[in-house]
Design a protein around this ligand. Structure first.
Ligand code: F1P
Length: 296
């Protein structure tokens, strides 16, 4: 088995542990009402989006999310949340450094031996969810679970729901799909973007992601027989018949979008193996992007 396969399977236990970590009184996670920015790169950026949209939609305070490289430094926040498995991603470290002294930051990381530990005032130790695979699965959803627990959500039902996504067989039509578009509304859009990235990273596949209601505004032109449209959360917007009319397959599941993402992680691994690719070590990717200082 690849590392990623084993890491995917470890998610339910890690989610429960993450909820306990987030419950610590000195976690440094945002308080209700605070104005918060959430940042990351790659997968961590998409987890930032999911959390930020979820927090604001629960009425817990304005919450922005940014790719670390696009952070608007002139803005003031009450708190920064930085997500980085490696703890070494250059854009995240630079951003933490630039805001120092203006407002506090909490960093979620899997490696306490890295510079991020000194760059943030609070650290959420998720080292139990570190990964050997370059492609993130376990750390990403574990970080999101910790953040969701910080919003008062119970991780137990989530860890229970994911069982079906972990165990159900992957249909041949998914494995054979030539193209996949992932859709979601609200916080599930971050999950859709992560699903699309997972398939691109592990399988070199052609994937896209959109907010559900944007799909009719152009992207549906791509839908065709042999292609897939995957909706995170049940389709409440009547997209199914529109997609069916194109001949593409429409997929949605009743579970929480985070639990459904696990199906896509499994699909990414299985598709990579079928294509003869190493799902742990995609071409051109490294565990972390560490940039040389400008001008060197
Ligand atoms: C973020 C990240 C990964 C991506 C790639 C490079 O890393 O962009 O999401 O898959 O491996 O690094 P991190 O800041 O969470 O360690």
């Amino acid at each position: 088995m690849s590392f990623i396969g084993e890491e995917i399977a470890r998610q339910p236990a890690a989610w429960l542990k993450a909820a306990a970590v987030a419950a610590a009184p000195d976690s440094g996670l945002p308080e209700p009402g605070e104005r918060v920015a959430v940042v990351g790169c790659g997968t961590s950026w998409f987890m930032a989006e999911a959390y930020a949209v979820l927090r604001e939609s629960r009425g817990l305070g304005e919450t922005d999310y940014f790719a670390a490289s696009e952070f608007p430094h002139e803005r003031a926040y009450d708190r920064l949340v930085a997500i980085s498995r490696s703890g070494t991603t250059t854009e995240v470290l630079e951003l933490l450094d630039r805001r120092r002294g203006r407002y506090p930051a909490v960093a979620l990381t899997a490696d306490l031996t890295t510079p991020i530990v000194d760059a943030a005032e609070h650290i959420l130790d998720l080292s139990f969810a570190d990964e050997k695979s370059v492609v993130q699965t376990l750390f990403a959803t574990t970080a999101l679970t910790a953040l969701r627990a910080g919003l008062g959500e119970d991780a137990e039902p989530l860890a229970e729901q994911v069982r079906t996504a972990l165990d159900a067989p992957l249909p041949e039509e998914w494995l054979a799909a030539e193209q996949i578009s992932f859709l979601g509304r609200g916080w599930a859009h971050g999950i859709a973007r992560e699903a699309a990235l997972k398939m691109r990273e592990a399988t070199q596949g052609w994937t896209e992601a959109y907010p559900s209601m944007e799909y009719r505004h152009g992207p549906i032109a791509i839908a065709a027989p042999g292609r897939l449209v995957w909706h995170f959360g049940p389709d409440a917007d009547g997209l199914r018949p529109d997609v069916a009319a194109t001949g593409a397959l429409f997929v949605d599941h009743p579970e929480d979008p985070q639990a459904d993402l696990v199906r896509v992680q499994r699909l990414a691994e299985a598709t990579a193996v079928r294509k003869g690719l190493d799902p742990d070590r995609p071409r051109a990717l490294t565990r972390s992007v560490i940039l040389e200082p400008a001008g060197s």
